[in-house]
Design a protein around this ligand. Structure first.
Ligand code: SF4
Length: 515
């Protein structure tokens, strides 16, 4: 393996973020002889940038070696023509990362590369395992995930999976070259929690989805090859045709002979419901349904469930736009803009100064007073996780002259942390963890507040409710979750952190820039 990567200083985004869940990761893979696979992977990742903005990486294989380039930052910051040029080959995988296990540091960027004798493979992971401790202990990898005599240097559950897979390689390479595939068949049934993987060795591209299919993964066709991507929108953008979703509990293997499918577990579909609410691009299709149309229907349902006399319906841009459009359509109240968003905020790695930080949410959202002054507003967003940004936005709208602020949320209260791959922090950081809707309305200082009921949300997706994970809204976890309060850093510091669940503390101060 040859790496063209250089070390960089870990950085963190410094702007206040929205009161929405943090994306997990975007994964992409392409197999195509005669194709510029690195360039295709670049544009695939570019289309999936919304799923992770902390680091990006591409691994390319040419049949003899795998080259990896990865670094902190956006896809366009990590790659340029000079970086792409040496990535020559016929198969590639790519990854955009938002850290859900392990810190946001260079060594945790993906794809993960693991050498095994003269061979090697690369892996990109979307999701979070729930039996990380058990698996890591089995390998003697805790604390700190340092394994003697290996090149493991990462603190992610993805590196742990790479280690498990490498452990299944036999000392002599198989004559049919299916070492990675066979190793995965042994390892995958042992993994619990959320995982969609793309993997490659020198000859094969492999896609995997956990038995619940928490995170999407689709198969597409390009001229002379195949593509795997987190979302259908990435297929559109590179000119690929949608073939089908990778099924929960399925592994697909693509090589020179074509495509093979393996079942490693019985499927029990539980797609993350927040893919429909927030995560996925609006131009993506999930279960064959348009995400944008579903979000508009959520707004329509919200208008029927929680009507109010008002002069204008406005979104929190951009996350609340489709639901606000639906609310306006169903209520007959005019739709208008009350806030302008700097679309590039949160996409920079430059820390604002103390003085700029004091401006808080204005770095991201600025009001249009002439549209707001004297009006009774219905303000629509898709979710409220921690609440501090929402509270600042409400104050800003009142300062700009709003007569009334009626807040409407196109999903139910977010009460429980996600353990399958989305970062919300601990339960004590969730605004709705222990507060009633009335108490939340008081905290946000709104005239009225309503959250869309779960059954109405599900009906807006036009998909059976049994197909979804709703754990963060219902507390009903489809896979038992680890006892550790902070599973994100489990491989770095195995320290029990108390989950005090005391929202009163952040009613005073807020949990900080996370939301
Ligand atoms: S807990 Fe919530 S965010 Fe996590 S997978 Fe389930 S629905 Fe999605």
């Amino acid at each position: 393996m040859e790496s063209s990567t250089t070390m960089c200083t870990p950085l963190k985004a410094g702007f206040p973020t929205a009161d929405t869940p943090k994306e997990e990761c975007g994964i992409f893979g392409v197999y195509g002889r005669g194709e510029d696979v690195a360039r295709i992977a670049f544009f695939g990742l570019f289309a999936l940038q919304h799923r992770g903005q902390e680091s990006a990486g591409i691994a390319v294989g040419d049949g003899t070696e795998i080259r990896v380039h990865k670094d902190m930052g956006l896809v366009t910051q990590v790659f340029d023509e000079r970086r792409l040029a040496p990535l020559d080959g016929h198969l590639a995988i790519g990854h955009n990362r938002y850290s859900t296990t392990g810190s946001s540091t260079w060594r945790n960027a993906q794809p993960v590369y693991r050498s095994v004798g003269d061979a090697g493979f690369a892996l990109g992971h979307n999701g979070n395992l729930t039996n990380t401790i058990e698996l890591a202990e089995g390998l003697g990898m805790l604390p700190g995930l340092e394994v003697p005599d290996t090149d493991v240097d990462s603190t992610t559950d993805s590196a742990l999976v790479a280690e498990l897979v490498a452990g299944q390689y036999s000392s002599e390479p198989r004559s049919d070259g299916r070492d990675l595939e066979v190793a995965l068949e042994a390892v995958l049934p042992r993994l619990e929690g959320g995982f969609s993987f793309v993997l490659m060795d020198d000859a094969r591209l492999i896609g995997v989805r956990d038995r619940h299919g928490f995170w999407p993964l689709v198969l597409g066709r390009v001229e002379g090859g195949w593509v795997l991507a987190s979302e259908t929108a990435a297929l559109d953008i590179i000119g690929a045709h949608f073939v089908r979703e990778v099924e929960p509990g399925e592994m697909v293997v693509i090589d020179a002979t074509g495509i093979r499918e393996h079942r490693f577990s019985d499927p029990d579909p539980k797609l993350c419901l927040f893919e429909f609410v927030y995560f996925a691009r609006p131009d993506t299709y999930l279960f064959g349904r348009s995400v944008h149309a579903a979000r508009q229907r959520m707004g329509e349902e919200l208008a029927r469930q929680a009507p109010v006399d008002a002069d204008m319906v406005m979104p929190i841009p951009e996350s609340g736009i489709p639901a606000a459009q639906g609310y306006a359509r169903a209520s007959g109240i005019p739709y208008g803009d009350g806030l302008v968003k700097n679309r590039y905020v949160g996409r920079t790695f430059i820390e604002p100064s103390e003085q700029l930080r004091a401006g808080g949410v204005r770095l991201k959202l600025n009001p249009l007073p002439e549209n707001i002054r004297g009006k009774r507003l219905v303000v629509v967003d898709d979710s409220i996780v921690r609440g501090t940004t929402t509270r600042q936005v409400v104050a800003m709208l009142r300062e700009a002259g709003a007569a009334e602020v009626h807040f409407r949320v196109s999903s139910p209260p977010y009460r429980w942390p996600c353990h399958y791959g989305m970062d919300t922090g601990r339960r004590s950081e969730l605004l709705a963890a222990d507060l009633s809707v009335g108490e939340i309305a008081d905290y946000l200082k709104v005239d009225s507040l309503a959250y869309l009921e779960l059954d109405r949300l599900v009906s807006a997706t036009d998909t059976p409710g049994s197909s979804f994970c709703t754990a963060c809204l219902s507390g009903d976890y489809p896979v038992p979750v680890p006892e550790l309060a902070d599973a994100k850093h489990v491989l770095e510091e195995r320290v029990e952190r108390p989950d005090t669940s005391t929202p009163a503390s952040f009613l005073d101060t807020g949990p900080g820039p996370g939301g």
